[in-house]
Design a binder for this molecule. Structure first.
Ligand SMILES: Cc1cc2nc3c(=O)[nH]c(=O)nc-3n(C[C@H](O)[C@H](O)[C@H](O)COP(=O)(O)O)c2cc1C
Length: 349
């Protein structure tokens, strides 16, 4: 009898159940701003780009998407605050769904990095946390924090009686004399308050089982750096854990995540500098449930297939990360030469 060679188990390629979502492998497309949404409206070429990277049962997190005009800080980054933008996302989501992919949107406000806002916004504390919230695109409608009462993003109506004390005010510049008071009261609770309230509101709207978050407590970006990122991360995770079934927590910085990963009750996604080997190790050692790939996925449309075959990878080209061409550096990275898994390219822009 011929002994069959035992098939190598590739940890990254093993299935995983994330809440209600059955994932077929552990490699996630990390959120990547690509600056090709002209006038902040997602374009048909994004359907090609994302569907190239979609696999049956694979998780994709879309690029950060502004919640308002004031949320924008990068040229031609997409938004989701107008009906036109919402409609433009739909064919992109459909293209990913046709491939069997699971697609989460990432909504953000860039805070003081905004190119279209007062220099200091009332919710500046949150920006130190540098937090963005992810949730399924499909449920979004218009929402503009410009002083208008919020509009429901689902078919559920917002009941004014639910929050009778809530006053919606326009973001405004802080007066100089207000600033010391805010700095003095820089407790963890106050610094995280805005983020926590956003999470609470989204969970109320769509359910915790559909909401994930990207936290970057270790980040050092635009002069935002925290003196005690572990305490900051723990505080935020405690708040997430209050929502039973909160879906995922996604953290970049590959080396210091273990205590936070252990504290979080849901699916933990690690990101930051992973390759195939490191990703396999992270999954095998239970350092993370899933591993998100940014630059490698950007340059390798069928990255999971390449991981499965241990095939060579295309090199990424930083010079085209944030250029505006609808093809170059975006949808023209080559697939595997053998043509496998190349059916993605059949979707036309
Ligand atoms: C071009 C580019 C755009 C990015 N855009 C986003 C973004 O929109 N939202 C986000 O949370 N992270 C963003 N990131 C960070 C990535 O999601 C990821 O954490 C980072 O690239 C590290 O992972 P990597 O080493 O696998 O590339 C971006 C990174 C790059 C290189």
């Amino acid at each position: 009898m011929v002994q069959q060679a035992a098939k190598e188990v590739i940890p990254l390629m093993t299935p995983y159940k994330m809440g209600q979502f059955q994932l077929s492998h552990r490699g996630v497309l990390a959120p990547l701003t690509r600056c090709r949404s002209y006038g902040n409206v997602p374009q048909p070429h994004a359907a090609v780009y994302y569907s190239q990277r979609a696999t049956k049962g694979g998780l994709l997190i879309a690029e950060a998407t502004g919640v308002s005009a004031t949320a924008q800080g990068y040229p031609e980054a997409p938004g989701i605050w107008t009906q036109e933008q919402v409609e433009a996302w739909k064919p992109i989501v459909d293209a990913v769904h046709r491939k069997g992919g699971i697609f989460f949107g990432q909504i953000w406000h860039v805070g003081r990095v905004s190119t279209n806002a007062p220099i200091i916004l009332l919710f500046d504390e949150e920006l130190v946390v540098k937090l963005v919230t992810d949730f399924p695109l499909i449920l979004l409608e218009e929402f503009q924090p410009d002083g208008r009462a919020p509009i429901s993003s689902t078919d559920k109506q917002i009941s004014p009686s639910a929050e009778p004390q809530m006053v919606y005010s326009k973001p405004r510049q802080l007066r100089t004399e207000e600033i010391p008071g805010i700095v003095d009261d820089f407790s963890l609770e106050n610094r995280c308050r805005f983020a926590v309230e956003v999470i609470d509101a989204i969970v109320r709207e769509v359910g915790a089982h559909r909401v994930g978050i990207r936290l970057s407590p270790f980040a050092d970006y635009f002069d935002c750096v925290d003196s005690d990122p572990v305490a900051l991360g723990h505080y935020m995770i405690q708040q997430l854990n209050k929502h039973k079934g909160f879906l995922y927590c996604h953290m970049a910085d590959s080396s210091r995540l273990l205590p936070l990963r252990k504290a979080f009750n849901g699916t933990f996604i690690a990101a930051g500098g992973y390759d195939r080997e490191e990703g396999n190790k992270a999954v095998a050692e239970d350092y993370a449930n899933l591993v998100a790939y940014g630059r490698l996925f950007l340059a390798n449309p069928n990255l999971p297939k390449r991981f499965e075959l241990n095939a060579p990878l295309n090199k990424y080209d930083c010079s085209t990360f944030n250029t505006q061409d609808p093809v170059v550096g975006y949808t023209d990275y080559p697939f595997l030469e053998d043509g496998s898994n190349n059916d993605e390219s059949s979707i036309q822009a």
